[in-house]
Each structure stands twice: as structure tokens, then as C-alpha cells.
Design a binder for this molecule. Structure first.
Ligand SMILES: Cc1cc2nc3c(=O)[nH]c(=O)nc-3n(C[C@H](O)[C@H](O)[C@H](O)COP(=O)(O)O)c2cc1C
Length: 370
């Protein structure tokens, strides 16, 4: 049904228009009195084997929606009703900004991939905070907040810019992510270098500590294009600063391994590729991180997850949680339920009573359960 809708309607309109249309539809349906509740009963993970306790949160399953889908916190609860256990809103920047000129989002259907150069289009941290503060009574989902740098702010003022967002959003974030890995804000990924990342993460940590008695868990999101030594350096820094976790990975600037005609890809221009072509590298980055930090940090795997088996492989490689964006676009509204159910089946088959027992089970230090 969704495949038909995708090929008849969505494929014929621009990818960004399809996104807005689809998201509006999800929100409208979930807003019909009682329907959100029914959807949640039908689609949300309910098998106790899927329950994950991590980052001080109690989640009904390990699968969340990755950042970028709900940039302005307009519909986290509606997305939760589809079966995501948590939704990461953003990237939010301290100042509102329009993002890059359109078109800026493209489908690479043959590759089951997307190419985007959105450029953090969002209404700003204050607006996102207001929206999250006034969420309806029907709060069905855990919400993480992903923050990034305002484009107009020079790199040497980046710390203050992130700190401004952190202060505005601390009260409404169940966890927070410092995004230094999107390829579409000039210079942003330079912030992954330890000499820039240290003051940035320290500043955000301090802002969260000062924000109130509840300590908001803090994670950093990294790019798949980092060299292995740089992955190690970020991992070491995260341990040193006692961060809670690392999200791996964002989209890639690489165009390797695509089956779409290279001339066609080049004509689309700059941007980050997500989806199936990212699968192998994202898993490799996760393995590298796990090798470096063991179970001392929460690892969140994202990039090219399309099936329950993909998600299971990430958990076995050391991820406590998994996220997806592109798999959901191609898989449709019932996709989160399929993945959560598939994960429950795999956990039962392996003889586990909790999916957390599978964490890192395919690694030499297979300790499980962080
Ligand atoms: C259209 C689009 C917009 C995105 N925007 C953001 C963003 O604002 N912040 C961010 O951290 N990641 C963003 N991402 C990256 C995703 O969160 C995710 O890390 C990446 O797409 C890999 O996962 P996937 O293969 O499941 O899509 C975006 C991805 C897409 C496709």
C-alpha cells in the first residue's frame, strides 16, 4: 500500500514537498481525538523484551527516529504513535534560519538513499523550546534535542552559540545531542577536532549542569567520514569529559558505491548521503567506537538501518539504541513497528529476556546491558 502511494504520489513530487505532506498527514491523523491512543496501542512496542533502560530513561524499545525529520519539534508524539520509542528533534540552532536554497533534498531510489543539503532550516531554539513546553497531554514519547551551530555565527563564536541553545532547551530535553557532523553547514565538521570539541562540549556540559537539578544526558553525534584516529580521539574525549554517549553516524559526503548514474549524482550537487550506502561505514564506525570505549559510553547507531537484522547487528556490535531516517522514508508508516517486532523476534530466538543482553554480544568484550 505504502509502496504504491510512494510510486504514484510521493515519487512524482519533490522530496521535500513529500516530506511536509507526509508529516502533516501523520500529525493530522494522530490529532483526531482517540486516534493517537489507538495508533499507539496498535503500533508501539509492547513486548517487554524490547524495554531498554539507558541514559536515565525507560524506553519501550531500542528504535528511535533520527534527527532531521522533525526539525522544529512539531510532531514528536505523533511520530511516537507510529512506534518509535524516542524521537530526536532538530537540529535546532540558537537563531532561526532558512537553511539552503531549494531544491535541497533528493531521492536516490536505486540506492535506497537520500541526498540532502538542508542546512539546518529551523525556527530557532526558543521556538522549539516553546513548542516542547506546550506539548499536548498526550505525551507518548521520549524526546531528545539535537543542537547545531547557527550558520551566520563565526566558528570562533560557536561555543557561545551552542551554549545559548543548550540553555534554552535543557528544561525540555530528555537527552541532548551536540551535532558537529552535518556536512551542510560550512566549517561545522571542523568542530569534531578535539581542540575545538573540548571547549564546545565543556561549555554545553556546564550549561546543562547549571540548568537545574535534573542532569540532561549529553551525547555527541559524529560523521562517518572521520579517519579512524579521529574517531578514537573523539571517543577518548567523550570518556574524559564524562559524556553519556556518542551517536554514530551522520550522513556521508562520500559518493562511493552508489549505483545511481554518477553524472546524475554529480548534477544534484553537494550534500550528505543517507540510507543503504551508509550501512557498512556506519557499522564500522560503531565497531571502532565499541573497541575504544567498551561499555563505558552509550552508543547510538544510525546510518543505513533498513531491517530488523540491520538493527540487531548494530546492537550486537555494541549499540544500546538505534535510530533511522531514510529506512522510514522508504519503508512507510508501518516500518517502525516492523523493525521493533523483528527485533523482539530476534531477541526471543536468541533466548534473551531483555534485548539489552544482546548489546555487544558480537564483540570480544560482549558484556551486554549498559
Ligand atoms: C533530509 C535529512 C535531514 C537531516 N537532518 C539532520 C539534522 O538536522 N541533524 C542531524 O544530526 N542529522 C540529520 N540528518 C541525518 C540523520 O539523522 C541520520 O544521521 C542519517 O540520515 C543516517 O541515517 P539513515 O541512513 O537512517 O538516514 C538528516 C538526514 C536526512 C536524510
Amino acid at each position: 500500500m505504502y509502496k504504491l502511494l510512494f510510486s504514484i504520489v510521493f515519487r512524482r513530487i519533490s522530496a521535500e514537498t513529500a516530506h511536509h505532506l507526509g508529516f502533516r498527514l501523520i500529525r493530522a491523523i494522530a490529532a483526531i481525538p482517540g486516534v493517537g491512543w489507538v495508533l499507539r496501542r496498535w503500533l508501539a512496542p509492547r513486548d517487554p523484551v524490547l524495554r531498554v533502560r539507558t541514559l536515565g530513561l525507560d524506553l519501550p524499545g531500542p528504535l528511535g527516529l533520527a534527527a532531521g525529520f522533525d526539525k522544529d519539534a512539531r510532531g514528536a508524539d505523533a511520530l511516537g504513535a507510529l512506534g518509535f520509542a524516542f524521537v530526536e528533534i532538530g537540529t535546532v540552532t540558537a537563531q532561526p534560519q532558512p537553511g539552503n536554497p531549494t531544491p535541497r533534498l533528493f531521492r536516490l531510489v536505486e540506492d535506497r538513499a537520500l541526498l540532502n543539503r538542508m542546512g539546518f532550516n529551523n525556527a530557532g531554539a526558543a521556538a522549539a523550546a516553546d513548542r516542547l513546553r506546550t506539548r499536548g497531554r498526550d505525551r507518548g514519547v521520549t524526546v531528545g534535542v539535537n543542537i547545531g551551530k547557527t550558520k551566520a555565527v563565526p566558528e570562533d563564536e560557536a561555543v557561545a552559540d551552542y551554549v545559548a541553545s543548550a540553555k534554552l532547551l535543557a528544561e525540555v530535553a530528555e537527552y541532548m545531542v551536540v551535532n558537529v557532523s552535518s556536512p551542510n553547514t560550512p566549517g561545522l565538521r571542523n568542530l569534531q577536532a578535539v581542540e575545538h570539541l573540548r571547549p564546545l562540549l565543556t561549555g554545553v556540559c556546564d550549561a546543562l549542569d547549571a540548568a537545574g537539578p535534573r542532569r540532561v544526558p549529553l551525547l555527541v553525534k559524529i560523521a562517518p567520514d572521520l579517519a579512524d584516529e579521529d574517531i578514537d580521539a573523539v571517543a577518548d574525549l567523550a570518556l574524559e569529559l564524562q559524556l553519556d554517549g556518542i551517536i554514530a553516524t551522520n550522513t556521508t559526503i562520500s559518493r562511493n558505491g552508489l549505483t545511481t548514474d554518477p553524472a546524475q549524482v554529480e548534477a544534484l550537487g553537494a550534500g550528505g548521503v543517507s540510507g543503504a550506502p551508509l550501512k557498512e561505514r556506519s557499522l564500522a564506525v560503531l565497531r571502532r567506537l565499541r573497541g575504544r570505549v567498551g561499555d563505558r559510553l552509550v552508543l547510538v547507531a544510525v546510518g543505513g538501518i533498513e531491517t530488523a537484522e540491520d538493527a540487531w547487528a548494530r546492537i550486537q556490535a555494541g549499540a544500546t539504541l538505534v535510530q533511522a531516517y531514510t529506512g522510514f522514508i522508504y519503508g512507510g508508516p508501518l516500518w517502525p513497528r516492523r523493525i521493533q517486532r523483528g527485533l523482539a523476534r530476534l531477541a526471543h530466538q536468541a533466548g534473551y529476556t531483555s534485548i539489552s543482553q544482546a548489546i555487544g554480544s558480537a564483540t570480544s568484550d560482549g558484556t551486554g546491558n549498559r
